[in-house]
Design a protein around this ligand. Structure first.
Ligand code: UN1
Length: 480
């Protein structure tokens, strides 16, 4: 009998559904279907593939309320954020649908007469997409929309915490006209289904969003077949607040970036680096704002902060409160679970007087915990911001244009915000990070196409004779 697992509502502990716990044999079957479908899908004209994505975007719009409501139940985020998650998928699908009529390559003149040359993007084959639970509709769209418009087929292994949403996502793709076998789902766990997908010899591209540690395991497992691996891993994102900042605006940005989605975003602001001159004022205002936030189920209108995804997450987040205290940081507010109808709630937590090297200021917590780090200068702030292994997102609040531009240049992250928090990426710019946040690839925007295509350079000689590049033209005079 096939083994199964349950999807559990983080706000109540209620079981929402039961799903097959796939293993290597299921992955083999899914890859086989994707491989067969690839031979036809790669030949469908790209504008037609794009048109399917347009229809998908339209269907997501029609079903936005239903998906939003389901997300508040299965994943736990609050209604406005769940709607935003779906909206991101709508925007990404329209954007990548448009790529169907672009997918630009280059033409460039040849050094020889009567010869034409160009580069074109070719699909790669079967893409293995492993997606997280924190953006359960948006992130599958970040991966599948570009993969599909480029002509690849897909095996999707969604997070085991949000299988219902993944099923709805794939059902709507089919309704939009994605042919049978082009997108296939394997439910289950990373060590089983995920691992089999990453190791499968017929899956040349792996795109993974998740933890740094799993990213390393994925890279190693994919190395035996020299696969293309795209990784979107952790963050330890900092908001810098300078002495000339609008402190009230900064506090709003911190609350949104640190406690939104209960801190379960790879772009969450889990560090706030604050100039001494405004450190006292910022503490007072931030603590007051954090204590005003109402915890509750995501589907209730008055809720500001929903539950964490599961019990293990709650325990991990709480363990960092103990770590922060042991390290000598000062707990200003929060630091404990909140009782609320059997859900996995954790109070928005602020530590003060953290030092850049402390574990709470270095490690990704993935919960509603942020650490304030006092500094005396801009240079000290930048050094502290850059002192972590991750490099996803950063932000600075300042009214000084020179400082803002220096920060854009010197903060070692893939994304930098000026006078805004660390979260808020839009679909048409590259998304991703430097250092150990990834391996140099980006998703979203034009950059995503590089993950899902191979460049092919094509030379057409219409001279009717043998022309030898670099030989027949070797004696060109030097330019004067
Ligand atoms: C993530 O947490 O994995 O703007 C992605 C942002 C979000 C995406 C976060 N829309 O940062």
């Amino acid at each position: 009998m096939t083994q199964s697992f349950e999807s559990v509502a983080p706000a109540t502990g209620e079981v929402l559904g039961r799903f097959p716990r796939s293993g290597a044999a299921d992955v083999d079957r899914a890859v086989e279907r994707a491989k067969t479908a690839y031979e036809e899908w790669r030949l469908v004209p790209a504008p037609e593939r794009g048109a399917v994505l347009f229809r998908f975007a339209e269907l997501l719009r029609t079903h936005k309320d239903e998906l939003t409501d389901l997300m508040t139940r299965e994943m736990g985020k609050v209604k406005a954020e769940a709607g935003g998650d779906v909206q991101e998928a709508i925007d990404m699908s329209y954007y990548m649908g448009g790529e169907g009529r672009r997918l630009f390559g280059h033409t460039t003149p040849s050094e020889l007469r009567d010869k034409f040359m160009m580069s074109v993007r070719m699909p790669v084959g079967v893409v293995g997409a492993i997606t997280p639970w924190n953006f359960p509709i948006a992130i599958p769209s970040w991966k599948l929309a570009p993969a599909l418009v480029c002509g690849n087929t897909v095996v999707l292994k969604p997070a085991e915490d949000t299988p219902l949403l993944a099923d709805r996502f794939v059902e709507l793709l089919a309704e939009a006209g994605v042919p049978d076998g082009v997108v296939n789902v394997v439910h289950g766990f990373g060590e089983e289904a995920g691992d089999a997908l990453v190791r499968h010899p017929d899956v040349p591209v792996i795109t993974f969003t998740g933890s740094r540690e799993t990213g390393i395991a994925v890279t190693k497992a994919a190395a035996d077949h020299l696969k293309h691996v795209h990784l979107e891993l952790g963050g330890k994102n900092a908001i810098v607040v300078m002495d000339d900042a609008d402190v009230d605006l900064a506090v709003e940005g911190i609350v949104w970036s640190a406690f939104g989605t209960s801190g379960q975003r790879c772009t969450a602001a889990s560090r706030v680096i604050v100039h001494d001159a405004v450190y006292g004022e910022l503490q007072t205002k931030l603590v007051a704002a954090a204590e005003r936030l109402r915890l509750g189920p995501g589907w209730e209108d008055e809720t500001d902060v929903g539950p964490l995804i599961n019990r293990a997450a709650l325990e991990k987040v709480h363990s960092y409160t103990a770590i922060g205290k042991d390290e000598g940081a000062k707990l200003l507010t929060g630091g404990e679970a909140a009782e609320n109808g059997g859900g996995f709630y954790y109070k928005p937590t602020v530590f003060a007087d953290a030092e850049p090297g402390m574990r709470i200021a270095q490690e990704e917590i993935f919960g509603p915990t942020t650490a304030l780090i006092p500094v005396r200068s801009f240079d000290e702030a930048v050094a502290a911001a850059n002192s972590v292994r991750y490099g996803l997102s950063s932000s600075i609040y300042t009214r000084d244009v020179n400082r803002a531009f220096r920060a854009m240049r010197d903060l070692e992250t893939g994304i930098t915000y000026i006078n805004a928090g660390t979260t808020g990426a839009e679909v048409h710019l590259p998304f991703g990070g430097t250092k150990e946040t990834g391996n140099g690839h980006r998703e979203a925007g034009q950059a995503a196409l590089d993950v899902f295509t191979e460049w092919k350079s094509i030379y057409v000689d219409y001279s009717g004779r043998l022309q030898r590049a670099q030989i027949d033209n070797a004696e060109r005079p030097a330019p004067r």
